[in-house]
Design a protein around this ligand. Structure first.
Ligand SMILES: Nc1ncnc2c1ncn2[C@@H]1O[C@H](COP(=O)(O)OP(=O)(O)OP(=O)(O)O)[C@@H](O)[C@H]1O
Ligand SMILES: [Mg+2]
Length: 307
């Protein structure tokens, strides 16, 4: 009885949107899969939104045979091919119908892994043909969709494409928390600091670039979306760390920038082999490491709820 109560109290992540960022190949998708599994073990309903407009590995990493149809198709296709979904830089207005419940979404637009993780894909640029335009409309889907369901709300983990482009398009504004994955490179350390700074600026009320927008209504929308940003903060996770020396080096470089990572996932040969073969991620020795990261997320959210 008491145990149930504890689990109930700890489910502060239900209904939250957590975006995972980092430089190319840092381990974003790996971290998303490992976080999703841990959250499932804690009794959460979990949705992964694959918002990487290029890579196609997520279904395999979750043990899902067939990728679901993409949400960009569900919402009517990209504007560059005559569809209705626009790029958020040219048109910051919200995507109509973006808040939907899983029960009303046709089943071909999501898939479920054996361990009960729901996967949705925002869109892929590779199937749009040469000269398809830019992937901005896919970022708009990622920015705006809010997945609901009957009963307790799912945690949504958003796996973004590498780098800052989607952040600059405003995807951070609709997240509750951002996780930045830092692999053992100086570029990843720099990116973590930049992301922290970007989120601090949004929270301080810095508005987006709008000089290119001609209509005052669009400028107003862009400012409104940034002005009402939900993002609370950034958590940093080290990944693919081979030895203590490397971990210590990364920690000291981050400390110089006032950053303390919430956890580390060490390098595991099985993880690399899983990605090599397109098989479900096997990471037998990461349970405790991943659990510490989810604890940090829960603590961050619970502290925020209390204040
Ligand atoms: N903890 C780890 N241990 C061993 N190898 C890892 C680990 N994390 C990531 N890798 C290796 O790094 C590669 C990239 O990982 P992953 O696909 O998770 O990164 P990503 O940031 O999502 O990449 P992309 O920017 O291409 O989307 C994997 O194919 C794997 O070989
Ligand atoms: Mg990835």
């Amino acid at each position: 009885m008491d145990k149930n109560k504890i689990i109930e109290r700890e489910k502060g992540l239900a209904g939250k949107r957590i975006g995972v960022f980092g430089k190319g190949g840092s381990g974003k998708s790996t971290v998303v899969v490992l976080l999703a599994r841990n959250l499932r073990q804690r009794g959460y309903d979990v949705c992964i939104l694959d918002a990487d407009s290029t890579n196609i590995g997520m279904p395999g990493a979750l043990g899902i045979d067939r990728a679901p149809k993409t949400l960009i198709d569900y919402f009517g296709g990209m504007v560059f091919s005559g569809g209705s979904v626009t790029c958020p830089v040219d048109d910051p207005t919200p995507l109509p119908g973006a808040e939907f419940s899983l029960e009303e979404l046709p089943s071909e637009f999501y898939a479920r892994s054996k361990d009960g993780i729901t996967l949705l894909e925002a869109g892929k640029i590779g199937d749009q043909g040469p000269g398809a335009g830019c992937d901005g409309p896919i970022a708009k889907v990622a920015r705006d969709i809010k997945i609901r369901q009957n009963g307790e709300q799912p945690v949504t983990l958003v796996d973004f494409k590498a780098g800052f482009e989607d952040s600059a398009r405003g995807v951070i504004t609709s997240l509750d928390w951002a996780v930045v994955v830092v692999d053992p490179t100086v570029a990843a350390v720099e990116m973590a600091a930049n992301m922290k700074d970007m989120v601090r600026q949004i929270k301080d009320g810095v508005l987006p670039a709008t000089d290119h927008l001609e209509s005052p209504e669009l400028v107003e929308w862009a400012n409104k979306i940034f002005g009402q940003a939900r993002i609370k903060g950034v958590l940093i996770v080290l990944n693919n760390v081979r030895d203590e020396e490397t971990g210590e080096y990364l920690r000291s470089r981050l400390a110089e920038k006032g950053i303390e990572p919430v956890g580390v996932i060490h390098a595991q040969t099985t993880i690399a082999i899983s990605w090599l073969k397109g098989l479900p991620i096997e990471a037998p020795n990461t349970q405790e490491e991943v659990s510490r990261i989810v604890d940090a997320l829960e603590t961050a959210v619970n502290l925020d709820i209390k204040t």
